[in-house]
Design a protein around this ligand. Structure first.
Ligand SMILES: [Cu+2]
Length: 202
C-alpha cells in the first residue's frame, strides 16, 4: 500500500515537471549569436569579377546562403583568421548544410590582388570559397552598398601598405537579402550554430 502511494506521488511529480518543461520559453540556444539584421534593406548587386575571371552578381548565388566578407590577401591577421574560422565552421556542419553555403571574399586591394593571387589565396582555406574583385570604382560602389569601409595606409614593412577594413561577415539568405552580421573572431562553432539556426528555424 505504502509503495503504491509513493508511486502515485512520483507520477504526479513527474507529470508536473514535464508540464513545467513544456511551458519553458525558447531556450538560449535558439537565439542567434551574431546580430540579426533581417530588417535591414541595404546591400547591392555585388557586380564584380570572380577569381576565374567570370563576371558575377549576387543573383548567381540564389538558392545559397552567402557568407560575405571584405578584405585583402596581404592582410596579416583579420582576413586569414576569418577565412580559417569560416572554413572550420563549414566543417562542423552536416555536409548537406555546408553545401548550401557560398563563402565570398571581396578583395578591396585591386592594386595587389590580381586574379592569380586570389586563385592562390582563397581556395587554400576551402576549395569552394570564391574571391571577387573589380575596378577601384566598382569596389568603392560595392563597399558603399554594403556599408563597408576600407582605407590604405603606408607602412615601412614589405608590401608598402596595409588596408584597414571592416571586419566581420554578412550572411545573406537564398534570395540575397541580409540575414546576420557575424562579428570578427566569432568562434567557428558559433558561426555553425547561427547558420544551422537560419537554415532550420523551429
Ligand atoms: Cu584583413
Amino acid at each position: 500500500m505504502v509503495l503504491r502511494r509513493w508511486l502515485g506521488v512520483w507520477v504526479v511529480l513527474t507529470g508536473l515537471m514535464l508540464s513545467l518543461v513544456a511551458c519553458q520559453p525558447a531556450t538560449p540556444e535558439q537565439a542567434f549569436l551574431g546580430t540579426d539584421i533581417r530588417h535591414e534593406t541595404f546591400g547591392g548587386p555585388l557586380a564584380l569579377t570572380d577569381h576565374h575571371g567570370v563576371k558575377r552578381t549576387l543573383k548567381d548565388f540564389r538558392g545559397k546562403w552567402v557568407v560575405l566578407f571584405f578584405g585583402y590577401t596581404h592582410c596579416p591577421d583579420v582576413c586569414p583568421t576569418t577565412l580559417g574560422d569560416t572554413a572550420a565552421a563549414l566543417r562542423l556542419m552536416p555536409p548537406e548544410d555546408a553545401k548550401k553555403v557560398q563563402v565570398i571574399f571581396v578583395s578591396v586591394d585591386p592594386e595587389r590582388d590580381t586574379l592569380a593571387m586570389l586563385r592562390d589565396f582563397v581556395p587554400y582555406f576551402h576549395p569552394d570559397f570564391l574571391a571577387l574583385t573589380g575596378t577601384e570604382a566598382e569596389l568603392a560602389q560595392t563597399a558603399k552598398d554594403f556599408r563597408v569601409v576600407f582605407s590604405k595606409h603606408t607602412t615601412a614593412g614589405v608590401g608598402g601598405y596595409l588596408v584597414d577594413h571592416t571586419a566581420g561577415s554578412y550572411v545573406l539568405d537564398p534570395e540575397g537579402k541580409l540575414s546576420l552580421f557575424l562579428p570578427f573572431a566569432m568562434p567557428a562553432a558559433d558561426m555553425a550554430h547561427d547558420l544551422k539556426l537560419l537554415m532550420h528555424p523551429s
